[in-house]
Ligand binder design. Structure first.
Ligand code: FAD
Ligand code: NAI
Length: 462
């Protein structure tokens, strides 16, 4: 029987990063993972394979439609098999890399399904017992099912199936206009599919800044994606060659049908706690089935902790990583803190969409007086030089103190640009701090500086 300081259940970005940090802090750590590979949803069927396909499909579309603008002529042909194989290789290399990091840090990797027998005992596949001082639940999330629609991962797919379609569908219908639907919808549209997104709400992209969401939808429509907003899918018939979907207005009303070759169900994810034995040990779940933890990530049962998608907060890989680090540093007696308000969100379409902090709508609802400054990429010289002029940067700052409260970007490389905003907000900085920071010319980042100048009423290039 082995004895550990910490046993982590789940080897995703939350669990594996927590394991490495705990080992750095001198703990004897085991990480139990049941999928046969480390890296969790993110590396195996999430962030990484989707970003690999987004990159490949972006190159394909660029080569097909924009190279000619630069005076480059080429005959372009899609080799989907090679594109998918490249994605699989990227995933394999990265997951193997984590095994290497475990070895380097002397983390014990235990393959199997973990369950909690008691606060000091983890069972592996119901048999082997790992004795431990503490347990960290990092079991992540799974696809939210849609009533009336059965996922077969062939004609009706979740994000996992949508990452490995063996041919480009003629018509892909995406149910749910959130992050997964818009990213993977973009991939298959670029590769030649007609894409229709059916979204329950009257806007896409979830709770993002409303002005950004509007521009985002317009841009995606220009690219060819069709939207049916305020609409829900109530049934799917997959008996024939394709799938026949029954749609209904979200508010109720006349039904219609929509024919698809492939349907992607992407209406959200839910915490994964199946088979963990939480009830028996007394670990509580909230109304959304998330594990309830205190500010130190500890459940009501002493010695049992939880992080990442399985607890509250944004379901993002970097949030899970921050949780993991903070949880184990707390166990080691340090006083870490993760501010969920400063967790950036990025949608890796083209243009990208990125934001951190509060939107104008949230500030209005909270009665906070603010000033907003906006700068379009059309007026950014680097944007013009590279031919990426869609979108804008918006900086929102406290009307009295000028402290930056939120930054929202739609545009080229928005997911990279957002980090100077994260940093300034982490330090409680002002829009004047951003505006007075020397930015290299010509860069896309100058649009961030100009938006900060716009808050102060003195943008230079508009
Ligand atoms: P997970 O990554 O889900 O890892 C949990 C692990 O625990 C899994 O490997 C699972 O097999 C294992 N496990 C569960 N139960 C047990 C058990 N009983 N015993 C042993 N092992 C168990 N986030 C971003 O930040 N950026 C992105 O670009 C992004 N893209 C995404 C794209 C897609 C298609 C999807 C689906 C998600 C994406 N996400 C992205 C979200 C991101 O993947 C998750 O937020 C992140 O993986 C959560 O990390 P985690 O460690 O909490 O859980
Ligand atoms: P999501 O929550 O982003 O979007 C789901 C969408 O489906 C919402 O707009 C919702 O209104 C809609 N919806 C819900 N029920 C519906 C119904 N019955 N019919 C039609 N529409 C319906 O969830 P998604 O896209 O599945 O992603 C899951 C999680 O994965 C997200 O929380 C996200 O954080 C994470 N993720 C992050 C990525 C990134 O950081 N780039 C990429 C992909 C996923």
């Amino acid at each position: 029987m082995s004895e550990f300081d910490l046993v982590i259940i789940g080897g995703g970005p939350g669990g594996y990063v927590a394991a490495i940090r705990a080992a750095q802090l001198g703990m004897n750590v085991a990480c139990v993972e049941m999928r046969g590979a480390l890296g969790g949803t993110c590396l195996n069927v999430g962030c990484i394979p989707s970003k690999a396909l987004l990159e490949s499909s972006h190159h394909y579309e660029e080569a097909k439609t924009h190279f000619a603008d630069h005076g480059i002529k080429a005959k372009i042909e899609l080799d989907l098999k090679t594109m998918l194989a490249r994605k699989d290789k990227v995933v394999l290399d990265l997951t193997k890399g984590i095994e290497g990091l475990f070895k380097k840090n002397k983390v014990t990797y235990v393959k199997g399904r973990g369950s909690i027998k008691s606060p000091t005992e983890v069972l592996v596949d119901g048999k082997e017992v790992l004795k431990t001082k503490r347990i960290l639940i990092a079991t992540g999330s799974e696809v939210m099912p849609l009533p009336g629609v059965t996922v077969d991962e062939k004609k009706i797919v979740s994000s996992t199936g949508a990452l490995e379609l063996s041919e480009v569908p003629n018509h892909l219908v995406v149910v749910g206009g959130g992050v997964i639907g818009l990213e993977l919808g973009s991939v298959w549209r670029r590769l030649g599919a007609k894409v229709t997104v059916v979204e329950f709400l009257d806007r896409i992209g979830g709770p993002m800044d409303a002005e950004v969401a509007k521009q985002f939808q317009r841009t995606l429509e220009k690219q060819g994606i069709e939207f049916k907003l305020g609409t829900k899918v109530t049934a799917a018939d997959a008996k024939g060659k394709g799938v026949s979907l029954t749609l209904e207005p979200a508010a109720g009303g006349a039904k219609e049908t929509l024919a698809a070759d492939v349907v992607l169900v992407s209406i959200g994810r839910k915490p994964y706690t199946e088979g963990l034995g939480l009830e028996a040990v007394g670990v509580k779940l909230d109304e959304r089935k998330r594990v309830v933890v205190n500010s130190h990530y500890e459940t009501e049962i002493k010695g049992i902790y939880a992080i990442g998608d399985v607890i509250h907060g944004p379901m993002l890989a970097h949030k899970a990583e921050e949780d993991g680090v903070a949880a184990v540093e707390g166990m080691a007696g340090q006083k870490p803190h993760v501010d969920y308000n400063l967790v950036p969100g990025v949608i890796y379409t083209w243009p990208e969409v990125a934001s951190v902090g509060k939107s104008e709508e949230e500030l209005k609802a909270a009665g906070v007086a603010y000033k907003a400054g906006k700068f379009p990429f059309m007026a950014n010289s680097r944007g013009r030089a590279v031919g990426e002029t869609d979108g804008f940067v918006k900086v929102v700052a406290d009307a009295k103190t000028d402290r930056v409260l939120g930054v929202h970007i739609i545009g080229p490389d928005a997911g990279t640009l957002i980090h100077e905003a994260c940093l300034v907000m982490e330090y409680g900085g002002s829009s004047e701090d951003l505006a007075r920071t020397c930015h290299a010319h010509p860069t896309l980042n100058e649009a961030v500086k100009e938006a900060a100048l716009a808050v102060l009423g003195r943008a230079v290039h508009i």
